[in-house]
Design a protein around this ligand. Structure first.
Ligand code: PLP
Length: 457
């Protein structure tokens, strides 16, 4: 069928092929994930949940064979139930969770459902400051949850670690219901055990249960690949994630929880951490969403299956190796990195301190050579959200394409050359005057990028 849309998809394929994706929250899915997402499962309504009655092992074959009664509001679920059960069981295996809800349409929906499941309007939630690397959904005043709950932000220390002292002080000063550890720009490995101990102390002081939540949207693939600790193994009750970042699945959300696994329609008379899995199911549907996207859930099941394979461990290890090599290459070229480097897939550069240019201008200039990343605020950034002094980048996507240490050196080199061109003008509107210089770099980027195929080609 002729449609402008398909032309644009073709152009986007070309852009992805010829450039390098350095946005740390993006990745390239496999052919199998793309196929499941583009399947006829998109035609189906399936509000509700499948059941696991009588299923005692997470065996894929058994799970995809069993036809069981369900808790759905529409007929015709014979295949859908089995697909969703595969996604749930694989997620549980991947993250050692008691329960998984695979229906959240996005990471934001997943977070919102957890708050809705556990908190009452006005409850205090301790979460990371957006300006220090937290996410919008962790209490930014522009979000719906911030109108409902009272978010109390904690920050990072000057060397880029979580400020555990501040977390403890705030948790003992305010009667909190939930502590959230999660971030979109944080380069260290959190001390989950320490936060868990803080929660226990606060819980004793306030005389009630406090939910410990991790939003691992960025590092879920590293956890699945065994190169990052799993918060669920340190006393956390619930972990949300997106499925499309390091986890390399379709765009979507996922909630893993610990506790008793009951039927999703069981009446819950009292909120308790033990009942969290059921409370979360109810909070996703009907609490905050309608019909699940079963084509996306099928793609999640495929991606989780891929992440369970030994290859994925190798992939996760390489993401971190590449990020550390890229960080070193950048430092060697005069770039100042927040926290001095990285322990995960993420790098945050203070481009103002490094080259006297702001993040937005640098983002635009890098775009002109086919290197995609995003301007990002640094802790205490004077430029604000729209004109920050930093940029954020990462290695999940380029590692998927098969790049290694040699290519990281090349990228650091291109980034230095682009920064030096920007230094000549400092005016974003004059970047076109340097088109020739940018085009030269762009051709080099294109040549190397084209040698590393997209997984879907
Ligand atoms: C830590 C964190 N949580 C939640 C989200 C929201 O995910 P989504 O964009 O799928 O709603 C993001 C997205 O970048 C994130 O980084």
């Amino acid at each position: 069928m002729e449609d402008y849309v398909f032309d644009l998809i073709e152009q986007e394929t070309k852009r992805q092929r010829e450039g390098l994706e350095l946005i740390p929250s993006e990745n390239y899915v496999s052919k199998a994930v793309l196929k499941a997402m583009g399947s006829v499962l998109t035609n189906k309504y399936s509000e509700g949940y499948p059941s696991f009655e009588g299923i005692t092992s997470w065996d894929d074959k058994k799970i995809s064979n069993e036809i069981l009664p369900n808790y759905r509001y529409y007929g015709g679920q014979v295949n859908i139930d089995r697909v969703e059960r595969l996604a749930i069981s694989r997620a549980c295996r991947l993250f050692n969770a008691d329960h998984a809800n695979v229906q959240p349409h996005s990471g934001a929906n997943a977070n919102e459902a957890v708050y809705f499941a556990w908190c009452e309007p006005g409850d205090n939630i301790l979460a990371m400051n957006l300006g220090h690397g937290g996410h919008l959904t962790h209490g930014s005043p522009v979000t719906r949850s911030a109108r409902i709950y009272n978010f109390i932000p904690y920050g990072t220390t000057p060397d880029g670690d979580l400020d555990y002292g501040e977390i403890e002080k705030l948790a003992l000063k305010n009667d909190i219901k939930l502590i959230l550890v999660g971030y979109s720009a944080f380069m260290k490995i959190p001390d989950f055990k320490r936060v868990s101990e803080i929660r226990d102390k606060a819980s004793k002081k306030w005389g009630h249960e406090i939910c410990l939540m991790a939003d691992m949207a960025h590092v879920a693939g590293l956890i699945a690949g065994g190169v990052h600790p799993n918060p669920l193994e340190f006393g956390f009750n619930v972990m949300t994630t997106t499925t499309h970042k390091t986890l390399r699945g379709p765009r979507g959300g996922l909630i893993m929880s610990m506790g008793k696994v009951n039927s999703p329609i069981k009446k819950i008379s009292e909120k308790s951490l033990d009942n969290l899995p059921t409370m979360i199911d109810k909070a996703v549907f009907p609490g905050t969403q309608g019909g699940p996207l079963e084509h996306v859930i099928a793609a999640k099941a495929v991606a989780f299956g891929e992440a369970l394979l030994p290859d994925f461990k190798e992939y996760a290890k390489k993401i971190v190796e590449n990020a550390q090599a890229l960080a070193k290459g950048l430092i060697n070229r005069g770039f100042v990195l927040q926290g001095g480097g990285t322990d995960n897939h993420l790098i945050l550069i203070d481009v103002m301190k490094s080259y006297g240019i702001d993040g937005k201008m640098y983002e635009k200039a890098l775009d002109m050579v086919g290197l995609t990343l995003n301007a990002n605020a640094l802790p205490g950034d004077t430029g604000g959200a729209f004109r920050p002094n930093g940029v954020r980048l990462g290695t999940p996507a380029i590692t998927t394409r098969g790049m290694g240490i040699k290519e990281m050196e090349k990228i650091a080199d291109w980034m230095e050359r682009v920064a030096k061109i920007c230094q000549k003008t400092k005016d974003e509107n004059e970047l076109d005057d340097y088109k020739e210089e940018f085009d030269k770099i762009r051709n080099e980027v294109k040549n190397i990028a084209s040698a590393f195929k997209l997984p879907t080609e």
